[in-house]
Ligand binder design. Structure first.
Ligand code: KG4
Ligand code: ZN
Length: 339
C-alpha cells in the first residue's frame, strides 16, 4: 500500500510516499528555518503563508521522485494535530482536496505518533509494545506504546518541553535559532561540569518532568554575569546545561523501564537528535541490557516519511476521516481520532 503523506504542523512543509509503513519511496522537505531565524523563533502567521506557497510543489516533487501520479497512490495521510493551527490547516485542506478528488481514503495522523513511527522506518524489526521517550519543541513524554495505535502517557512535563527549554536557553546565550541544534554543536567541546544546575523532580510523580526551573537558572547565570561584567564560557555553560536536561530525561526514562518492565526503549522527536542524549542512552541501555532504538538524524526532526509510516498503521486500525476533518492545535497522543 502506497501512502502519500503530508506534514505542515510547524515550520517544515513536507511530503513523502511510503510503502506499507516501512519503505520510504520519496521524501521532500521545504524548511523555513532561514526566514524564522531573523525573529529568533517560528512566527505562526509566516509559517502558514509559506506552507500555502510551498505545499503544491512539495507534494508534486514527492510524487515525481516516487515516479508516480495520483493514480498510483492508495491513500493520503496528513498531520492533523497537534501543532500551529494555521500551519496544520494548510496541510489538512490540501490533503482533503487530494483525497476526495481522487476518491482515496484520507488518514489523519497525530504528530507525536508519527515521530515514534520514524523508528519503524529506521528499524524494520521494531514492533510495539515498547517504551518511548518523545521529546520535541512542544512535548516531553514518556509513553507506554501498547500497539501501533494505543498509547498511554506515563510521564509528562509539568511546564516547558525539553526542546523549548534548550531553545530558550540558547537564545539567551545569543545562539541563533534553531537553538537546540546549534547549542548541541557549540557545546561539543565544553566542560559539562563547569556550571552546576538543579535537578528538578516532581513530588509524587517520579516519571514527570519540570524544566522551567532549569531554564530560569541558566537565564539567571547569564544575567548575573552580564551585570557583573563577567564573560561566560558558552561551550561550558551549554555543555553543563544540556547535561542537566539530559539527566532529567534519562533518569525518568530508566525509572519507567524498571516500573513497566519494558526492555525495548525508543526515542523520538527533534531533541532525540541531541548528541549527549544519544550517547547517554546508548550507555545506559547497554549497561541494563535494554534494546535501544533511535531514528537516524534526518528523521528526528519534522518530515513526512514518518507521517506516511504511522498513516499505514492508522489505516489498518480503521482510522480514516471524512470531508469534515479539521486540524486540532492541542490533542493528546492517547486520543484516537474518531468523527
Ligand atoms: O520534533 P521537532 O522537529 O518539532 C516539534 O515537533 O516541535 O522538534 C524541534 C525541537 C526544537 O526544540 C529543537 O531545538 C530541538 O528539537 N532539536 C534539538 C536538536 N535538534 C533539534 N535539541 C537538541 N539537540 C539537537 N541536536
Ligand atoms: Zn515534531
Amino acid at each position: 500500500m502506497k501512502i502519500l503523506a503530508i506534514e505542515s504542523s510547524c515550520d517544515e512543509t513536507a511530503a513523502s510516499v511510503v510503502e506499507n509503513g516501512r519503505t520510504v519511496i520519496s521524501s521532500v522537505i521545504a524548511s523555513q528555518v532561514e526566514e524564522h531565524k531573523i525573529y529568533g523563533g517560528v512566527v505562526p502567521e509566516i509559517a502558514s503563508r509559506r506552507h500555502a506557497e510551498n505545499i503544491s510543489w512539495v507534494v508534486g516533487k514527492a510524487l515525481d521522485e516516487a515516479d508516480l501520479d495520483y493514480s498510483g497512490i492508495d491513500a493520503v495521510g496528513v498531520t492533523y494535530a497537534p501543532g500551529l493551527i494555521g500551519a496544520l490547516l494548510v496541510g489538512v485542506n490540501f490533503a482533503k482536496g487530494l483525497a476526495f478528488s481522487s476518491k482515496k481514503p484520507l488518514i489523519p495522523v497525530h504528530h507525536l505518533r508519527s515521530h515514534i513511527a520514524a523508528n519503524y522506518i529506521c528499524s524494520p524489526e521494531l514492533e510495539p509494545p515498547f517504551l518511548a521517550l518523545v521529546v520535541s519543541g512542544g512535548h516531553s513524554h514518556i509513553i507506554n506504546v501498547k500497539s501501533y495505535t494505543d498509547f498511554e502517557i506515563i510521564g509528562r512535563t509539568r511546564d516547558d518541553a525539553a526542546g523549548e527549554c534548550l531553545d530558550k536557553a540558547a537564545r539567551t546565550m545569543g545562539i541563533p535559532y534553531p537553538g537546540g541544534a546549534n547549542l548541541d554543536k557549540i557545546a561539543k567541546n565544553g566542560d559539562n561540569k563547569a556550571y552546576r544546575f538543579p535537578h528538578p523532580r516532581v513530588e509524587g510523580a517520579p516519571l514527570d518532568f519540570s524544566f522551567s526551573g532549569l531554564k530560569t537558572s541558566v537565564i539567571n547565570i547569564i544575567h548575573n554575569a552580564s551585570q557583573k561584567g563577567e564573560t561566560i564560557n558558552i561551550p561550558n555553560l551549554g555543555a553543563s546545561y544540556i547535561s542537566a536536561v539530559v539527566k532529567c530525561l534519562t533518569e525518568n526514562l530508566m525509572k519507567a523501564a524498571e516500573i513497566t518492565g519494558s526492555r525495548k526503549i525508543v526515542t523520538a522527536g527533534g531533541v532525540s537528535a541531541n548528541s549527549v542524549l544519544r550517547n547517554e542512552l546508548k550507555e545506559l541501555c547497554a549497561e541494563r541490557g535494554y534494546k535501544l532504538y533511535m531514528p537516524k538524524l534526518s528523521l528526528c526532526g519534522d518530515n513526512a516519511a514518518m507521517v506516511g509510516s504511522q498513516a499505514y498503521y492508522e489505516y489498518l486500525a480503521g482510522h480514516t476521516a471524512k470531508e469534515n476533518l479539521n486540524a486540532i492545535a492541542s490533542l493528546g497522543i492517547d486520543k484516537n481520532f474518531i468523527l
